[in-house]
Design a protein around this ligand. Structure first.
Ligand code: GTP
Ligand code: MG
Length: 269
């Protein structure tokens, strides 16, 4: 078990509920089987985060699918001011029993929630949004948060930021690729060129992204299309060859920053 997973196992006893941050572009791939046992018994609010990067019409089916067994699911853009209030509202609903128990004793309950999710899903951004200020460090790459950190959100809510946790064993290729596309896998451990070709192939299947961003229809050969992207973006090496490394980074970055339009990789159906 990884260190961060072990820490989550230890801290779960201290919390009333879990906020499970999923990247709305690949919600299923973001559900880490290693978490299931650890968090079982705690109410969960699933946050379909980065909802601004996917077609709006795809979200209700995911919300319905995840809102089962006493859990809640909401769509969220954690970069939009005050958007995360819906998370604290849902936590109050899921922890109504504790709030009522305390109220009967004349005390106002403090709700403690743990924020979990794969790297780069937006956990720290969500916490900053809840607080209305930057109390945690965020960044557009995997592995920004290094250790757990309690953050007070007003007097009656405390949340625990955790480092992103990946599957202990990632043997499903589709899931592994989805996680790499959305930036959950550290760039140091992926082959950027191959990954960008896989992304071009995937987008070619659905006819999304490439024409929208680069202005040409994919040819069916991802390698040729990457050369074309390099040429169109002016990424050329000294000898007049296309700079494929730079083009690969640009393709992944464009996808991750939503510059290819609103795209979902996994539908709830
Ligand atoms: N478009 C969009 N970007 C978001 C959203 N939430 C977070 N981001 C961006 O996603 C990137 C990662 O955010 P973090 O909050 O650092 O992610 P994290 O889950 O804490 O990452 P680790 O600490 O590495 O596990 C940052 O560049 C954020 O600005 C969102 O709802 N929409
Ligand atoms: Mg973080």
């Amino acid at each position: 078990m990884t260190k961060s997973l072990r820490e989550i196992e230890q801290s779960i006893k201290l919390v009333d509920a879990v906020v499970y941050v999923l990247d709305a572009r690949a919600p299923f791939s973001c559900i880490n089987p290693a978490f299931s046992k650890i968090i079982s018994g705690k109410p969960v609010v699933y946050a379909l985060n980065k909802a601004d990067t996917v077609p709006e019409c795809e979200l209700p089916a995911w919300i319905e699918r995840l809102s089962v067994g006493g859990n809640a699911a909401v769509k969220l853009n954690s970069t939009a001011s005050n958007a995360a209030k819906i998370i604290s509202d849902k936590l109050k609903v899921l922890c109504a029993d504790k709030i009522e128990r305390k109220r009967l004793k004349g005390i106002r309950a403090v709700i403690r929630a743990m924020i979990i999710g794969v790297p780069n899903s937006g956990k720290s951004t969500l916490i900053n949004n809840l607080c209305g200020k930057s109390k945690t460090v965020t960044g557009n790459k995997a592995g920004v948060t290094r250790g757990q950190q309690w953050v007070k959100v007003g007097e009656y809510l405390e949340v625990l930021d955790t480092p992103g946790t990946l599957y202990p064993k990632l043997d499903n290729t589709t899931v592994a690729l989805n996680l790499a596309f959305i930036g959950s896998v550290r760039d140091e451990v992926v082959d950027t060129y191959e990954l960008s070709l896989e992304l071009i192939r995937r987008l070619t299947e659905t006819g999304e992204g490439i024409e929208f961003r680069y202005g040409f229809s994919p040819s069916g050969s991802a390698a040729d299309d990457l050369c074309e992207i390099a040429r169109r973006r002016g990424f050329m090496l000294k000898g007049g060859q296309p700079d494929l490394e730079r083009a690969s980074y640009a393709v992944l970055d464009d996808f991750r920053k939503g510059r290819m339009g609103k795209i979902i990789l996994e539908k709830a159906l």
